[in-house]
Design a protein. Structure first.
Length: 398
């Protein structure tokens, strides 16, 4: 009799962002150039001063850091958050192994097995994976591409709340949609969590990248301080995805103490990347100006090209560096694989993320894809040439 894997292992979803990698690798072996718009890996260079801080750090022994992260880094982060009108102390921060661990700590510290968490969909696909690891249940509330993926109405939240509901997750600006939640929408979430005594998990990985309108942090919601858990990361902010440094932040001491036990169990976050993150806080205040302008130019180029294609619709995202597009196709999973297996345009093709992986409700996202505008404008235009040519010959028209 064969050994069996766990139910958890069986249910753990494959990454919709990474599952097509073997097909991309096969295309490259055939000599085809692949434009990667499938993953949020910026091509912006990591700040040299941050890399130099790591290179020149003088140590004799690579030791564990404090389980909450280096105190010097946490003190520095207080000043970073203060610039964003977020008032915290070093003792309200736990440095984590990427934003991923911060999300998992939140689920593990605040929810029991079988508890429910409400998430507007489409949402960051790995929330599903973290929920399975923590044995909690995701309850999706659908937003639509026609509304630009605005926050669903309060009535939809009310209908989804049960005795097992313990939290709402919001990603602002949003991955995968790029939608920037307004102050009014964040206030709506505050009303819901206060009325129903829920946690509000706020993933703010893309805080710096807001193109129209200001960013409203969940930490700005007065009167909801005990309900808010902020999950953050340096990955996108400083183009330091491989550093794996994030932050778990809350003013709720009971939650912080519980999360700290999980932090102690994994000993400490990565040491060298904390040095990088600490140096990043000292970057000049105008550091993000050029980066934001570059991403905005890429966004404008991508959205204009997409909406000029027959049968394609792409709402203008207000933040992050992602866009969702509706295409005249039958099945986004099949289409994205077909692009890599069976299509090339002048020796080139494009890798996209099927939107089905960002929805929890079966059947949604079948004619949508996510595009990460993390390549330069010239590459984006060439990628759009590929997509336009592909849509004209794809056999599975929607």
């Amino acid at each position: 009799m064969a050994l069996e894997i766990s139910k958890r292992g069986f249910e753990m979803p494959a990454s919709p962002i990474r599952k097509l990698v073997p097909f991309a690798e096969a295309a490259k072996k055939k000599g085809i150039k692949v434009y990667h718009l499938n993953i949020g890996q910026p091509d912006i260079e990591t700040p040299k001063t941050c890399l130099d801080a790591v290179k020149h750090y003088d140590m004799k022994v690579l030791e564990y850091s404090h389980s909450a992260g280096n105190e010097s880094y946490r003190k520095k982060l207080v000043s970073y958050y203060a610039k964003n009108n977020i008032d915290i102390t070093p003792n309200e921060i736990i440095i984590t192994t990427g934003g991923s661990e911060a999300i998992l700590f939140g689920f593990m510290a605040c929810l029991d097995a079988g508890d429910e968490v409400i998430i507007p969909e489409p949402f960051y696909a790995n929330y599903n994976g973290f929920a399975i690891q923590a044995d909690v249940v995701v309850k999706p509330i659908s937003s639509s591409i026609e509304s630009g993926f605005a926050l669903p109405p309060i009535e939809d939240f009310e209908k989804a709340i049960t005795s097992k509901t313990k939290a709402i997750v919001v990603c602002n600006p949003n991955n995968p949609t790029g939608y920037l939640y307004s102050e009014a929408e964040m206030e709506t979430l505050k009303q819901i969590v206060l009325k129903h005594n829920l946690y509000l998990f706020a993933d703010e990985a893309y805080r710096e990248f807001c193109y129209e309108g200001a960013h409203t942090s969940a930490m700005h919601l007065k009167g909801a301080e005990d309900h808010v858990v902020l999950m953050d990361t340096i990955s996108k902010r400083y183009s330091a995805c491989g550093g794996r440094i994030g932050a778990f932040i809350t003013k709720n001491k009971a939650v912080l103490d519980a999360a700290m036990k999980f932090a102690q169990a994994r000993l400490s976050p990565p040491f060298y990347a904390q040095i990088l993150g600490e140096a990043a806080v000292d970057l000049p205040d105008d550091y993000f100006d050029n980066t934001k302008a570059e991403y905005k130019l890429r966004r404008d180029t991508l959205v204009k090209r997409l909406n000029a294609m027959e049968g394609v619709f792409c709402p203008n995202p207000g933040g992050a560096f992602y866009a969702m597009a509706k295409l005249p196709i039958d099945d986004s999973d099949k289409f994205c694989q077909w692009l890599l297996e069976s299509f090339e345009h002048e020796g080139q093709t494009i890798m996209l993320a099927p939107a089905t992986g960002f929805y929890s409700t079966p059947g949604l996202g079948k004619n949508e894809v996510r595009l990460a505008y993390v390549l330069n404008v010239d590459s984006i235009n060439k990628a759009m040439d590929c997509l336009e040519a592909a849509l004209k010959v794809y056999p599975g028209k929607g």
